[in-house]
Design a protein around this ligand. Structure first.
Ligand code: SAH
Length: 502
């Protein structure tokens, strides 16, 4: 759905895992003119906003005051009255301890049209990721959501702690870490069983989620010892003991492993997503960037003459994508390749070709230039025109071998890989990495050149194949793991196997 002009949307962004943002939330962010957002929202959600959208941070750090509630309400009303579509994005669910109710009332008072989009609330999601169902047929037929923000010892508390202590079901407390000792004491004093199972879940659903379980009376000490801090959910109830059997997050193969992905940002998403799905805490530290060279005269010429080549060799998915872009610019499509034998260096490149309607004739099993040379022996290239479309800084194994067999080889660089300046925050996050993955020699060289001695020395290095491993050793790195299949899924397999050997 599209955000409408003059309307304010009070939208929940879920508890942290970007996958727990609703479809409706993503669609509204993607179409809004203005996004007013809090601190505890998944960063990736804002990536979907329009480039010209106005993004306003109105979050409150604990203690800093931040933008006042009146200011936030004023901003929403003012922008909406100017005919703009406004998304007010809040962590979790907007109506669960998010002051969403007050904001809706302010909009109603101002006569501004609004809609509410619920979100996945942390009080249910964080326990779920910790393996704790907030209700259970045997243990809990009721659940209470409680704010722990109020100090139970102060007189003005709106909460009846004795009644909460007697509540026949699970107690889920938001904003309670700081007051935990007094909360536990009040519940105990109100008659709650000191031996009742309890849990605290910090940064629930995030890759860095941490969970502590103990009995009600021992939870404060356990939380202090683990150093758990806000944002965290506290939970009291028999269901907390179910975690022993249900905890699933920690069982994922890459749980607790921080893995650095050094591919170019445009290509990293697939590898990162697969690693995340296996439980890894992924840090994207792109070392290179792809710079297309589609305007270079030799590229334009080769594309114009594409129909005249007997053999066209493609050596990366990027090459395929850019070749088809260059063709489209000249008003041409896949039929320009109708006369040629089409060779792909590996399955990823072949898959990209397939997406453009071309089934590669030659795909070697091993994903290196030497293997492609071997696979091409049966193709007659003598005195025939051959196009090798590739990156500027590739090795010459393939064109040299073809030239030796008498082919008239045109080598055309469709793109250059240039160094990406690494983001300081990502370098810092990478410092604690367990693994650094390299998917090409250019990522190795550029990363080492860019970050030098800030390279995480304690991390294990995973390389996609022998050429990349060699580049890593030349750059002074030890290679701990080399993929058997030289493509991104081979890298993932090798990494998972290495973790399994620990
Ligand atoms: N509207 C939000 C709650 C806002 S109040 C929701 O529905 O989730 C802020 C409190 O929410 C924090 O102090 C913490 O108790 C809880 N919280 C938010 N995100 C959390 C997370 N990822 N893990 C654990 N607790 C979280």
């Amino acid at each position: 759905m599209s955000a409408r002009a003059g309307v304010v949307y009070l939208v929940g962004a879920g508890p942290g895992d970007p996958g727990l943002v609703t479809v409706k939330a993503l669609e509204l962010v993607a179409s809004a003119d203005v996004v007013l957002h809090d601190r505890l929202i998944p960063a990736s959600v804002l990536d979907g906003a329009r480039p010209e959208a106005e993004l306003i941070y109105v979050g409150k750090q604990p203690g800093d005051g931040g933008a006042s509630q009146e200011r936030i309400e004023e901003l929403m009303v003012e922008r909406a009255r100017h005919g703009r579509s406004v998304v007010r994005l809040k962590g979790g669910d907007p109506f669960v301890f998010g002051r969403g109710g007050e904001e809706a009332e302010a909009l109603a008072r101002a006569g501004v049209e609004f809609e509410v989009v619920p979100g996945v609330t942390s009080g249910v999601a964080a326990p779920a990721y910790a393996g704790i169902p907030v209700t259970h047929r045997d243990d809990a037929s009721a659940v209470a959501f409680v704010t722990g923000h109020e100090d139970p010892e102060k007189d003005e508390t709106a909460l009846d702690w004795d009644a909460l202590a007697r509540f026949p079901g699970t107690l889920v407390l938001y904003m309670g870490v700081k007051n935990l000792p007094r909360i536990a004491e009040s519940l105990r004093a109100g008659g709650r069983d000191p031996k009742e199972p309890a849990a605290a879940i910090e940064r629930g659903t995030d890759a860095a989620q941490r969970t502590v379980t103990a009995t009600l009376s021992e939870l404060p000490a356990a939380v202090a010892e683990a150093g758990l801090r806000a944002p965290a959910i506290l939970l009291f109830g028999a269901v907390a003991a179910r975690r022993d059997a249900i905890a699933w997050l920690e069982r994922r193969p890459l749980h607790g492993k921080r893995v650095v992905v050094t591919r170019a940002r445009a290509q990293a998403s697939g590898l990162s997503a697969t690693l995340r799905a296996l439980g890894a805490d992924v840090v994207e530290l792109p070392a290179i960037r792809i710079e297309p060279r589609l305007d270079a005269p030799e590229v334009r010429e080769a594309v114009a003459d594409l129909h005249s080549y007997a053999l066209v060799c493609l050596t990366s998915p990027n090459g395929v994508r850019l070749l088809f872009e260059a063709m489209a610019e000249q008003g041409r499509d896949a039929r320009a390749l109708a006369n040629a034998t089409v060779a792909a260096i590996g399955p990823g490149t072949a898959a990209s070709l397939r997406e453009h309607g071309v089934i590669a004739d030659v795909v070697p099993q091993r994903f290196v230039a030497e293997a492609l040379v071997e696979a091409l022996v049966s193709v007659d290239v003598h005195d025939r025109p051959v196009l090798v479309a590739r990156a500027a800084e590739a090795r010459d194994v393939l064109p040299d071998a073809l030239a030796e067999r008498g082919a008239r080889v045109d080598v055309v660089a469709l793109y250059e890989t240039v160094r990406e300046d690494p983001d300081p925050a990502a370098i810092e996050a990478a410092a604690g990495a367990d693994y650094v993955t390299f998917t090409s020699s250019s990522t190795v060289r550029n990363l080492v050149a860019a970050i030098g001695d800030r390279f995480p020395r304690s991390a294990r290095v995973v390389s996609i194949g022998p050429i990349t491993s060699e580049a890593a050793r030349e750059a002074g790195l030890e290679v701990h793991v080399e993929a058997e299949r030289h493509d991104p899924s081979g890298v993932v397999e090798a990494l998972v196997a290495d973790v399994g050997r620990e």
